[in-house]
Write a protein that binds this ligand. Structure first.
Ligand SMILES: [Zn+2]
Length: 471
């Protein structure tokens, strides 16, 4: 189903109403964010499991208090050999009269606080400073939970308690620990999670005032391999000259992986174009710690290079270490290369391309043998779906600035699981963060006006969805 351009726009009366409803709920929302932040639920074995439990219970209570759900429960998935996942909260209210079912995702676990001495405010005490609330989890991702809850309340305020859009909620409790039971959880709770649209509120806006949808994520292909030239090590004085050593062969092979400008030279990899947004090269240099005089590599805009083109890094080499080295020709050397692959590329194809390159470019007829592989799928949002158009329209209306499509150079692994388990669902990656939110670092914070904008946008999205008949 496609929306006409007009129907993804919001008239000013609706926008004003939504802003008023959110404004009326905002003080309560901030107090609730504070209560959640004070529960340090961390899904690492080294931290108390009771905190994670309390955190899940608190989220379930928030969802129950909205009064709109048929079911609200804390559930855990079983996976692997009798392992049990962290407590997640699920809720559901079925769609009626052909309205869409929307799944709202966030996570209630947080990163460990890190180095406490670097925090300017107590790490688990919400502190208001310069229009932002500072605390671990204040942004990532407890603000995501509060945005969902407040949008649901505001929807009730706008459309009444008998609204017809379907709502499912999934607030997982182990995202920061790599979501080990995520796939199993989806499989075991498919009935409650099934939806037409999945809103993943765990990403960022472009700035505090320019909203964004994250529409692309890069995938990953890593490959371990060995280069061998000899069946055993030999004396370099007796054989050096005519006999190639494996380290030299490996280095020459690795050097073929980029062209002279630093672009990835593996043939057959997908490349795309990122949105044309201002990106500050000086900030990139400072943030990454690039030394003065060292050049950036690759062609295209910086955002193309980070979001929509492949990148390749040699992340490990096992040869001989310097301290124990002797005058010997090494027979074999192992390396691991890691590629970030562009949205739209199948990991298996990229792996084939990489292997072909390594096999074809091995110098001196050296043998190449492949070992362990890791594959992660990239993500590219379906631009043509009604949900994307509606969400961009809602964000633009809520913030008063045109919403932009952004990418992430890394991946959010569980997005690939969502795509696989719910192939027909449209996935929207939204968020409450901005460039200064410092998720995972000391002094994490959420910008209050950005959070408010996210709530208004989600309210508008749900209110408009409540008028759509799609089934
Ligand atoms: Zn997160």
């Amino acid at each position: 189903m496609n929306l006409s351009p007009e129907s993804s726009k919001f008239d000013s009366i609706t926008v004003t109403l939504a802003k008023e409803k959110v404004a009326a709920r905002f003080p309560e929302a901030i107090a609730r964010l504070g209560s959640l932040v004070r529960i340090p639920g961390i899904a690492w074995d080294a931290f108390p499991a009771e905190d994670l439990e309390r955190s899940a219970t608190a989220v379930a209570e928030l969802l129950t208090s909205t009064g709109v759900f048929e079911t609200v429960e804390v559930r855990r998935a079983t996976y692997g050999n009798d392992k049990v996942g962290a407590p997640a909260v699920v809720a559901r209210r079925a769609a009626r009269n052909g309205r869409p079912q929307i799944l709202l995702y966030a996570h209630h676990d947080v990163q460990p606080p890190g180095d406490k001495s670097e925090w300017k405010t107590p790490e688990f005490e919400p502190t208001l400073m310069d229009g932002r609330i500072f605390a671990r989890g204040a942004a990532d991702d407890k603000a995501g939970i509060i945005a969902h809850v407040t949008a649901i309340q505001s929807l009730v305020d706008l459309a009444g308690p008998d609204f017809e859009i379907g709502l499912s909620v999934f607030v997982e409790g182990e995202e920061e620990a790599g979501s080990p039971s995520f796939r199993a959880f989806l499989d075991q709770n498919r009935d409650i999670l099934e939806a037409d649209v999945i809103v993943v509120a765990d990403s960022a806006n472009w700035t505090t005032t320019i909203p964004a949808l994250t529409t692309t994520l890069r995938g990953l292909v890593s490959q371990e391999f060995e280069v061998r030239t000899l069946d055993h090590a030999v004396h370099s004085g007796m054989y050096g000259g005519p006999i190639p050593d494996a380290m030299t062969a490996m280095i020459r092979l690795l050097a073929t992986l980029h062209d002279e400008n630093g672009n990835v030279a593996v043939r057959g990899l997908v490349e795309g174009k990122a949105a044309e947004l201002e990106y500050d090269e000086a900030a990139l240099r400072t943030d990454s710690g690039l030394l003065d005089g060292v050049e950036l590599i690759g062609d295209g805009s910086i955002l193309d290079r980070i979001w929509t083109k492949p990148a390749l890094t040699v992340i490990g080499i096992d040869g001989m270490n310097v301290a124990t080295s002797s005058n010997t020709l090494l027979p074999a050397v192992k390396a691991k290369v890691s590629m970030r692959i562009a949205p739209g590329q199948e990991p298996a194809e990229a792996l084939t391309a990489l292997r072909r390159h390594l096999s074809e470019n091995a110098p001196f007829g050296a043998r190449v043998e492949f070992g362990e592989v890791e594959l992660g799928k990239p993500f590219k949002a379906d631009d043509s779906g009604w949900a994307k158009q509606l969400a961009s329209g809602a964000l633009s209306a809520a913030f008063g600035n045109e919403s932009v499509d952004i990418g992430i150079g890394g991946s959010i692994p569980f997005i690939a699981d969502l795509v696989q388990v719910f192939p027909n669902a449209q996935i929207l990656v939204t968020g409450v963060e901005d460039a200064d939110s410092r998720a995972h670092s000391p002094n994490e914070s959420v910008h209050l006006e950005t959070l408010r904008g996210a709530m208004v946008a989600e309210t508008l999205f749900l209110a408009k969805g409540n008028e759509l008949r799609i089934n």
